[in-house]
Design a protein around this ligand. Structure first.
Ligand SMILES: *Cc1c(COP(=O)(O)O)cnc(C)c1O
Length: 433
């Protein structure tokens, strides 16, 4: 048994000063009946808790650590900038550099504004969409998570799904009423709603590859249909690429599927492990943002030099030849391997991956939307989580989260993970008999 006494003692202490002992609900492990690990340090694909236990890390800080922890190029970039100061609240050349890199990478983005989190990016993009269209209604999809802004906390995925919260107290009925949440991958449902009230819908926001209900890829033509329907009605299409941006491809999911949204949101990877978000898109829309236009959005620490430096260094590494091919190959081997060891043990598990985002569902049926994802054997997932952690494998404590593979995950660690999973599935098969 792995001992986690120090983590447990810190957790007890944290519970007195921090709500639930954590600063983001997904970090709590209550839904899988475990205590959270308190982390001491991490390097490459390994993470170490305060009790000195080392794990192979598939959370990667929930997506940003695509190069693994403490990549030398990122550490050096941060150190170099830190010598000159940590925040000026005034423009720096680093902001232009990162903006230019995003614009170069993502075809639909002409202009980009930096913020401090993915939540801020989607919240601001929606305000902008409403500002330029003069409309209030927005459409999202069940099980997609776009951060915790009021308008977007309706049938949301990720931690909201894990805790089984339908909406959230504190979101006024008047606000929630303007958000329509439809079934992911159901283009007919979108067509029906757009036929009826498309001319009052400001935007459709979607995770182009859903990653907050587990990983669910878009059905054939689903994104094309969204593009067509929004164009017909003067509605803006927003791709929330906070997770998928620079993750599934350097140009984001939109480059994989060949769709140009009007606005895109980024976060996670573009901050290289520091707090960053960004939203960008067509120049004629983006010019409506203050101070150029009337739609207000601001931030004391936006474009923070340390975060910009970490983001630039990360993208420079990702831009190199073969990075995404290699990430996808490693992840493909893990996805196929997990499915194989589960099958060998007789446990019903489906795996899929898009680039280095891997999804695992405890079911024998296809999963194409949130209803499907929720109908999986979540109890079995909890047992899987606990047993994997005992084997030194650190995955998210929820089936509604992706596993993230980094460039630091080598063949040896994938093999070790599959060996561990083989033992765990055999154990689960005995338990469920
Ligand atoms: C993580 C995430 C967000 C929220 O980003 P924060 O930085 O946590 O505010 C928004 N959208 C998607 C798709 C995400 O995965």
């Amino acid at each position: 048994m792995i001992e986690i006494e120090k983590s447990q003692s810190l957790y007890r202490r944290a519970l007195k000063s921090i709500p639930g002992g954590v600063n983001s609900p997904v970090r709590a492990c209550q839904s899988v009946g475990a205590d959270p690990l308190f982390i001491d340090r991490a390097r490459g694909c390994f993470i170490q808790d305060v009790d000195g236990n080392e794990y192979i890390d598939y959370i990667g800080s929930w997506g940003p650590m695509i190069l693994g922890h403490r990549h030398p190029a990122v550490m050096e970039a941060i150190a170099a900038v830190m010598e000159r100061g940590t925040s000026f609240g005034a423009p720096t050349d680093l902001e232009i550099q990162l903006a230019e890199m995003i614009i170069e990478a993502v075809a639909s983005v002409d202009v980009v504004r930096m913020v401090n989190s993915g939540t801020e990016a989607t919240m601001s993009a929606i305000r902008l969409a409403r500002g330029v269209t003069g409309r209030d209604l927005i459409i999202k999809f069940d099980g997609c998570y776009h951060g915790h802004a009021d308008t977007l906390l309706v049938a949301a995925g990720s931690g909201v799904a894990t805790l089984g919260i339908p909406g959230s107290p504190g979101v006024p009925e008047d606000v929630a009423r303007n958000t329509l949440s439809l079934t992911f991958n159901d283009a007919d449902a979108v067509r029906k709603v757009m036929d009826a009230k498309g001319d009052t819908v400001a935007c459709i926001i979607v995770e182009p590859v859903a990653g907050n209900m587990g990983v669910v890829r878009p059905a054939a033509e689903f994104l094309e249909n969204l593009r067509e329907l929004t164009q017909q009605h003067g509605t803006l299409l927003i791709f929330d690429e906070v997770m998928t941006g620079f993750r599934v491809a350097y140009g984001g999911a939109q480059s994989l599927y060949g769709i140009e949204p009007d606005l895109s949101c980024f976060g996670k990877i573009i901050g290289g492990g520091l707090p960053v978000g960004a939203y960008g898109g067509r120049a004629d829309i983006m010019e409506q943002i203050a101070p150029q236009g009337p739609v207000y959005q601001a931030g004391t620490l936006s474009g923070n030099p340390l975060a910009m430096a970490a983001g630039i260094a990360t993208l420079q590494q990702l831009k190199k030849d073969g990075v995404y091919e290699s990430l996808a190959a490693t992840t493909g081997r893990l996805a196929a391997g997990l499915a194989a060891v589960a099958e060998r043990a007789g446990v019903a598990v489906r795996t899929d991956h898009v680039g280095s985002m891997l999804g695992m569902f405890f079911t024998d049926r296809e999963v194409s939307n949130f209803e499907d994802a929720k109908s999986c054997d979540l109890g079995l997932f909890s047992s899987f989580y606990q047993a994997m952690r005992q084997q030194g494998i650190y995955i998210a404590p929820s089936q509604f989260e992706a596993l993230f593979v980094s460039t630091a995950h080598g063949r040896e660690q994938i093999d070790a993970t599959l060996d561990a999973a083989g033992r765990v599935f055999a154990q689960l098969a005995r338990l469920t008999g």
